[in-house]
Design a protein around this ligand. Structure first.
Ligand code: ADP
Ligand code: MG
Length: 249
């Protein structure tokens, strides 16, 4: 049993079969990449996992519980966090304030920043936020306006906002999209570090094969809404069907 078990999931948009009989098993503690050409259904699958879309049929189990029918924030509280394709941060707040928001949300189960129980409680939360910023190498930027950060740092901040929720499963939708090579490599290093320092599972959608092969332990190839093959990176690299469907050979 994987920490995430997707079975027989179908999702149609009108007459379009965006997902067709999708089965996916993500093992706890691994980095699992989902690749596939544009329109393969990757984002649709991710939206099903986080509760933004409800599949027509099938089941999605996380940590032994069904996520179907739950609201996105409920799924988030079950331990699934998502890093968006474009960073979703509060540009008018400082870096530290951005990290504090999900801290309070996790602690209180809702956005209730006004409801501090005690100064001590607040103190612990501040420590956690500072620690996460140190982990993603942004401690020195804690007082900067989030809006003034570079693209790479915005991504890093969003990662911190996810990690502070202590997710069991981190979903990454093209985490290096639009990044220059240096920022991409920094992100790879950051994700490796995150993986090594905490008990976390990652499912990553990514176009950049350099990123996929640097991080993934398992790879699922989606094509036209259906998993074509799932295997180790070594086997995926040489798979003729993958070369044909995905690399266009
Ligand atoms: P990917 O992320 O792999 O590029 P998507 O999951 O975004 O693919 O899309 C899969 C297919 O579903 C595409 O043909 C896309 O046009 C279609 N699609 C995605 N979302 C919607 C929607 N909300 N309404 C209608 N069609 C959609
Ligand atoms: Mg997509």
């Amino acid at each position: 049993m994987g920490i995430l078990e997707v079975k027989g999931v179908n999702k149609n948009f009108g007459g379009l079969k965006a997902l067709q009989d999708v089965n996916l098993s993500v093992q706890e503690g691994t980095v699992h990449a989902i690749i596939g050409p544009n329109g393969a259904g990757k984002s649709t699958l991710l939206n099903v996992l986080v509760g933004k879309l409800r599949p027509d049929t099938g089941s999605v189990m996380f940590d032994g519980k069904s996520v179907l029918g739950r609201k996105p924030h409920e799924i988030n509280q079950m331990g699934i966090s998502r890093v968006f394709q474009t960073p979703e941060i509060f540009t008018d707040l400082s870096v530290l304030e951005n990290v504090l928001i999900p801290c309070f949300a996790r602690r209180d189960g809702a956005f209730r920043m006004h409801a501090f129980e005690s100064v001590a409680h607040e103190g612990t939360i501040n420590e956690e936020a500072e620690q996460i910023l140190a982990d993603v190498n942004m401690a020195d930027k804690r007082n900067l306006h989030a809006g003034s950060l570079s693209r790479g740092d915005k991504r890093r901040l969003e990662m911190a906002m996810c990690l502070v929720q202590q997710p069991k499963l981190l979903l990454l939708d093209e985490p290096t999209a639009g990044m220059a090579r240096a920022d991409t490599n920094n992100t790879i290093d950051l994700l490796k570090e995150i993986k090594e320092t905490r008990p976390i599972t990652m499912a990553i959608i990514e176009h950049d094969m350099h990123v996929v092969f640097s991080l993934a332990e398992r790879i699922t190839v989606l094509a036209q809404g259906t998993p074509l093959v799932e295997d180790t990176p070594e086997n995926i690299k040489g798979h003729p069907k993958v070369r044909e469907a995905y690399l266009g050979e």
